[in-house]
Write a protein that binds this ligand. Sequence first.
Ligand SMILES: Cc1ncc(COP(=O)(O)O)c(C=O)c1O
Length: 1022
Amino acid sequence: MSEINSIKNSAGRGSGTPGRPKLNVADAEAVVRSEYGIEGVASPLPSDRDQNFVIQASDGSRYVLKISNSDANRAHLEAQEQAMILGETANISVPRVISGASDQSLIEYLHPESGQHFLRLVSFLEGEPMARANPRTARLLNDLGQFIGKLDHALVLFDHEGAHRDLIWDLRNAGDTIRTYVERIADRRKRQIVINILERYEDSVTKLEALPHQVIHSDVNDYNVVVQLGDDGLRISGLLDFGDLSYSVRIAELAVACAYSMLTKTDPVAAACAVTAGYQSVIPLSEDELNVLYPLICLRLSVSVCMSAYQKEIEPDNDYLTINEKPVWELLEKLTDVSPKLAEFRLRNACGLDPFPGSRALVDWLGSHQTEFAEIIPHDSCMVFDFSVGSTEWAPDELMKPGLAREEIGSRMRAAGADLAIGRYDEPRLVYTGDQFETPSGDQRTIHIGLDLFQIEGTTVHAPVGGTVHSVRDNDSPGDYGPTLILCHEPEDGPVFYTLYGHLSKSSIRELVVGENINAGEKVAELGSMDENGGWAPHLHFQIIGDLLDSDGNFPGVAAREEREVWKSLCPDPNLICDIPIEQFPLPEMSRDDIMSSRSLLLGPSLKLSYANPLHIVRGFMQHLYDTDGRRYLDCVNNVQHVGHSNPRVVEAGALQLRTLATNTRYLHENVVRFADRLTGTLPEPLSVVFFVNSGSEANDLALRIARAHTNTEHMIVIEGSYHGNISSLIDLSHYKYAGAGGSGAPPTTHAAMVPDTYTGIHKSEDAGERYSYEVVEIASKLNDRGESTNFMAESALSCGGQILFPEGYLVSVYDTIRAQGGVCIADEVQVGMGRIGSHFWGFQAEGVIPDIVTIGKPVGNGHPLAAVITTRELADSFSNGMEYFNTFGGNPVSCAIGLAVLDEIEEKGLQTQALEVGSYFLKKLRDLVSRHEIIGDVRGRGLFIGIEFVRDRETLEPAHTEATYIVNRILEKGVLLATDGPLNNVIKIKPPLVFNKENVDHVISSLDEVLAEDVVRAVIQ
Ligand SMILES: Cc1ncc(COP(=O)(O)O)c(C=O)c1O
C-alpha cells in the first residue's frame, strides 16, 4: 500500500489505528487453508489500517489476503468487489476476488483481540509500481490514460449504495479538506502555495456538479498502478486497491492519475497531457471537464500535502512521510511557474480541441476586417526572408548569430529595392540560443510566433487597429525585445485581443501611458537601434495575442516545438493584419510524412531509414545535425563529415572551384596533382601513385582490378562480417552482404577468414593475433597446393564487423603469408583512415604493416563524393596494360579542391591530435560505465573509432541486440545520434566528426548512463 493510502486511511481518525486486524502469519496461512483450500506461505505487506498478506501458494500461484479494519462497511466492500468483476469482464487487469469454500467472497473472521473483520482473497497482479518505473515515457502515460478510461467506461452504468460515501479525498470536498488541514503545514512559504491554490481554484469545485458523475476508482496514484516490461518497453499491467472506490465526478479520476504522473517530471504538464490524451481516446472529454482538470490536479496535490502535514503531527518521528511528500512539494513548487491557462490550452490540444478556445472567433474577426487595417510600417515593396533551420539563403553562422545577420539584411534589402523585409511567422529558427530561450528540459525554444518587419532604426511604427495601451516596458536583457509595447483591442463586433510591438526605441515609448487611447493608423513608436533593442538587426517583432496568460509587459515570441500548435492557436498569424501577399513567401517545406510517403512511392524499397522514428534532418554544422523543427542532435556516427558538417573551409573551397571550373582529368589542372601530392605525402613509401574515383565502392573495385592485373589470380581472402562496397564485385567480397539477408553466398574465389575477435571469439590469449592469422595461412596454403595464389583485402580496423581492432601481430602475419605466395594486400581505409584513430594518420600504420594498395573514401571529401586508390608504381604499371582508365568525375578540380581543404583543415586544426585526446577521454569514461552497467560487455577502440559491445551475461556473452537497439532509439530522445553494428547488431559504434570535443563526450556519457539505468535495459540482467 502506498504512503498516500496510509496517510489517507488514518486521516481524521486521531492517533493509533483502532480496529486494525491483528492476524499473524500463521493465522493468515491457516485461514487461507481453511477458507480457500490453499496451502501457502504468507508474508505481510505494509498497510496502516488494514492488514494485507501475500500468499505464495504451493502450486506457484500468488494471492493477496486482505483483512479489513473492524469498522469496514460490508456494502462498500461489496461495491469494490462488483467493480473489480466489471473491470475484469471488460478485460482490464484488476485483482480478481476469489470465492471461499462456502462460495462467499467476503468472509467474516473473528480475532480474539482485534475483533470482527472481513477477509477477502484476491489474485496478485504482477509488476512494479509505476512510481518506480523508469522511464515513465509519454507512451506509458498515454497507456495509463487509456487504461483508466477503459475502467471508467466499464463502470459507467454501475452503481451501488456502498459507493456513495463522503470521503475526505473526494475532490468535490477539496476546499473543505484543504481549509481544515492547511494550517498544519508548518513552513509558511509552502503553506502559502496551498492557500494560493485554494483561492485560485476553489471556484472550479462549484462547477463539478454539472459534470458527468459515476463510480470511479478514485485513487489512481503511482503506487496503485503496476507496470511490466513487454516486448516494446514498459506497459501498464494493472491497477490495485479499490479501497477508495466511490461515486464522484468522473473527471476526478483523470485528475488524480495526472497528478501522480506529473511527479518528478521536468515538464509536468506534458505528462498530464499524455495521460489525458490516452483517457480521452476512450472517454471523450467535454470542454467543461477540461476546464476544471488542471485546477483539480492542483487541488489533489494540495490535499495530499495537507494530509501529510496532519499525519506528521500524529507521527512526528516518521521520516518516511517527509520523504514521500517531497516529490509532491517539488511538483507544487514547479507548478507555481506554470500558467494555468496555458496548462488548460495544452490539455485541450492533447484532446484535439482548439488549444485556445477563442482562436476561431479571433481569426474570423481578423479575416473579416483584413482590408480595414492600417499599415504598421508603410512600404512600397517588400521581400520575405527565410530564416528557417534548413534555409539555404543564409550561412549557418548567420542563422545562429545572436541578432541575426545584421549587416547582410540591410544590404540584401537594398539590392532587392525593398523598403520592408519580413521574417516569417511559425518559422523554426536556430538563432534563439540565449538562456531565456531554454525550456525546463534544457532544450531551446525555436518556433517564431510573431512576424518580423525589418527596416532601419527610427522607422515609424503605426497601430494597425485602434485600442488602448496595455503595457509599456523595456525588456532589456540581451536577446529580449528591448522596449516593448502591448496594445489591447476591444472591437465592438469581435473578441478582445492584444498586439505586441517589440524592439522599439527607448525614446519613442517614453511618452506612452497605460490606458491611453490609440487610433488605427496612429504612430505609436519607432524602431530601436541594436544597442537598445536586445541586440538585434533593427526590426519590429509584431505579434497578435489572444490571451496574455496573466502576463504583463512581456510575452513569449518564440515557442517550444512541442507546444507549437498551442502557441499558434493563441497567437494567430500576424499576416492576417499585415496582409503581405502570399506569393511573396517561399513555398512551404514538405512535411516529414509527405517525404516518407513519397520515398516509398519513388525510391527503391531496399533503401532503409535509420531509427524507429526516422529523422527529418535539414541542416548540419560541425558535430551537430538539426531537424526541421530546430532540434539539435549530437552526431556520433557520421564519419563522412570528418572535419565537421558543412565545414566552412570545405564549403568555400568547393563553391569557389565550382564557380570556376568543373571538368574531367583530360585537361591539365593543378588541383589534381596538388591533391595527389598531398595525399601521397601522408603515406609511406612505396605508396606513391593515385587514382581518383567517386566512392569507396569504386575505389575498392579498382583496387581489385589492379591487384588481379598484378597477381593474375581471382582468389581473395576477406574477413567475416566485412563490407567493402555496393557494387557486384564487392558484394562478392563482402561477407556482411553475401552471407547476410538476401545474399547468395560466396563465389568460389572468395575465402572468408574468421573475425579475429578477442572478446567473443575463440582466441583470447596474448598470442591471439598469431592464432587467428593461422586460418589465413591455411587458406593460402591450400590454394598454393593447387598452384594458385591469393590476394587479401581488409579494413585496417573492422567497422561493420563490430568496431574491432586487430590483435597484435595479426596483420603482420597475414601480410607475410599473402606476400610469400605472390599475393598483394589491400587496406580498406574508407572508414578508419585520415587521422580518426589518433595515434596514426592511417589505420594500417598502427598495425605495423604497409599495404600494396590503399583505398580511401568517406572522410576524404567530407560529404562530397570523392575517393581514391593509392598504390605502388610497380602495381600501377602492371595495371597499365594498354586499356585506358577513364573516370568522368574522379579527380575533377572541384573534388580535388575539396580534398585539399579537408587535408588543410585536419592539419591546421590538429584534428588527428584531437581525435587521440578526445578518443582516449571517451574510452576512459566509457570504461567507467562498465562497473555500473552489467550490460556493457566490452569497450574498445582507438581515437574516435570506438565500439561498445552489449551482452546479456558477461559469462556466456549472449548478445544484447534488442537492448542495443533500444538504447540507440532512446538516446536519440536525448539528442544523441548513435547506431548499432556488428554481425549480431549488439555493438554501438561511435565514429563522430573529428571536431567532437570533451564536452560532447560528457553529454553522451551522461545520456548513456541514464538510459542504461532504465528498467528496459536493466531487466535483462535481473
Ligand atoms: C569499409 C568500407 N569500404 C567501402 C565502403 C563503400 O563505400 P561507398 O559507400 O562510398 O561506396 C564502405 C561503405 O560503407 C565501407 O564501410
